[in-house]
Design a protein around this ligand. Structure first.
Ligand SMILES: [Ca+2]
Length: 322
């Protein structure tokens, strides 16, 4: 059965390939894409998202959302060191010919979830600002979400700080609103990227070989740029030279097929204050003495590792056969 889905993103390099996977997937019907301030500022995010949609071969409406975190913090840096100033690594993709819809992203999210005949899938690939605003505006949306799959958090480590992952760190208060909700949630943290959640050199070559498709052409250029950026930043190519591990791509793959990940369930709290730990996803591991569930809290499904071949098969089959 084809599942309806809405996606919230802050389009940088990994959001771009993640959107291309979702849009080309025969298992998902992407109804709309909402943009949030994150990797780069909102206007660049919108511009990048439109460019991605135009490479996807499909027509998907794009909506503009929050321009800042719930509590704006101008001392914070965006992620342009990782994604380039424009958010797409400076790759000269043509300017978009389309523009975003007039409706605000938060209103679109509320309206679409409330009007869905069956509980709808929701994927977030950026800071959770739009998602939190939608939930605060209309708490009943939590009852009509089949699964919220988020690229968010870290179990054993963060990336912006020792313990905080970028999407959560960019708006910890918004993340807290979402983690404290009773929505069914799957969290794809950083951890599986170092444990199976990557594409090999051979995988990327196959995608390059299908460059007659505009989505494969865009994905190949992004993977090549990502690989060079890892080198330019002097980062350790954890999974081997020439491999890529875009976090958002894995999150979409897990939303399509949860069997791609090995998961466990835990209560997760969100740290908004600590001296070293603001933006940390705090797992409650006290299962050894707990007999009863925690009141007012749902367990979150957490991906800890990925099945690399299954993951690569999904990406390649979706892009090359579609
Ligand atoms: Ca993202």
């Amino acid at each position: 059965m084809i599942r309806n889905v809405i996606i919230d993103c802050d389009t940088g390099l990994d959001d771009a390939v993640a959107l291309l996977l979702a849009i080309r997937s025969p298992e998902l019907n992407v109804k709309g894409i909402t943009c949030v301030n994150g990797n780069v500022g909102l206007d660049k995010v919108i511009n990048n998202t439109l460019r991605v949609v135009e490479h996807s071969g499909m027509n998907i409406p794009v909506y503009a959302g929050a321009r800042t975190a719930l509590i704006p913090d101008t001392s914070k840096e965006d992620a342009s060191a990782v994604h380039g100033k424009d958010g797409l690594g400076g790759i000269p993709f043509p300017d978009p010919t389309s523009s975003c819809e007039a409706q605000h992203a938060v209103d679109y999210i509320v309206e679409t979830i409330m009007n869905a005949e069956e509980p709808i899938d929701w994927i977030t690939l950026g800071p959770l600002t739009n998602a939190a605003l939608a939930l605060l505006k209309e708490p009943r949306i939590s009852k009509n979400v089949r699964m919220l799959t988020m690229m968010a958090g870290g179990v054993n480590a963060g990336n912006v700080t020792e313990v905080a992952e970028f999407n959560v760190f960019a708006d910890p208060e918004a993340a807290r609103v979402i983690y404290n909700s009773r929505m069914p949630m799957t969290m794809v943290p950083l951890d599986p990227l170092w444990n199976g959640g990557f594409l090999t050199v051979e995988n990327i070559q196959k995608i390059e070989g299908a460059c007659q498709n505009p989505w494969c052409e865009m994905a190949s250029r992004i993977f090549n740029r990502t690989e060079k950026l890892v080198e330019e930043m002097g980062r350790n190519p954890v999974n081997g030279v020439g491999t890529v591990s875009p976090p958002d791509l894995l999150a979409v793959a897990v939303a399509i097929d949860p069997e791609i990940a090995v998961m466990f369930e835990s209560y997760v709290d969100l740290e908004t204050r600590g001296e070293f730990t603001r933006g940390m996803t705090v797992l409650d591991r006290r299962e050894y003495y707990r007999k009863e569930d925690r009141p007012n809290k749902n367990k979150v499904k957490i991906a800890v590792s990925a099945r690399q071949e299954k993951y690569a098969d999904l990406v390649l089959n979706t892009w090359i056969r579609s």
